[in-house]
Design a protein. Structure first.
Length: 155
């Protein structure tokens, strides 16, 4: 029977690998969507269809989501936070996640719209989720087994 600490470490590693697969898939889909929005904007400009002028708004939302998912994905790699202690990085990520969650609740109550037909709460949803993911990854690495600087992280 494995000790509880080893079971938790393996469970965290499995969860992190599953989340990384989901992140990469979402990043690919969002990047394709951003390219398609760019092509659509060019078509709108060429065909002079001004009534479809909300495309840049949607592109901005997709770009925000890409940035947050990219940051959460980068948090899985040790080189990203070489200058910061991992516990400090976890604390900062958790505080930013808490602030993003409060912003999300505020926007939910306000009922704002960032793009035509797209509520602000949908636009802001990735922020607290990605910050929480980053905090969990930093904390997991801080409490996990130590690796030397010259040792590569397992893929």
């Amino acid at each position: 029977m494995m000790p509880l600490r080893l079971l938790l470490r393996q469970g965290f590693r499995d969860l992190d690998e599953s989340l990384a697969l989901i992140e990469r898939s979402l990043i690919v889909v969002l990047m394709l969507g951003l390219v398609m929005l760019g092509v659509a904007e060019v078509a709108v400009q060429l065909l002079d269809l001004r009534r479809l002028s909300g495309i840049p708004d949607y592109a901005g939302v997709v770009l925000l989501w890409l940035i947050m998912l990219g940051a959460a994905s980068a948090a899985a790699h040790s080189a990203v936070v070489a200058a910061l202690p991992l516990l400090l990085a976890a604390a900062v990520s958790a505080l930013l996640g808490w602030a993003a969650l409060r912003l999300w609740f505020f926007d939910l109550q306000l009922g704002s719209s960032w793009a035509p037909g797209l509520s602000g709460s949908v636009v802001l949803a990735p922020l607290p989720l990605c910050f929480a993911l980053m905090a969990g990854r930093f904390l997991g690495r801080a409490l996990g087994p130590r690796q030397s600087r010259h040792q590569e992280a397992p893929e």
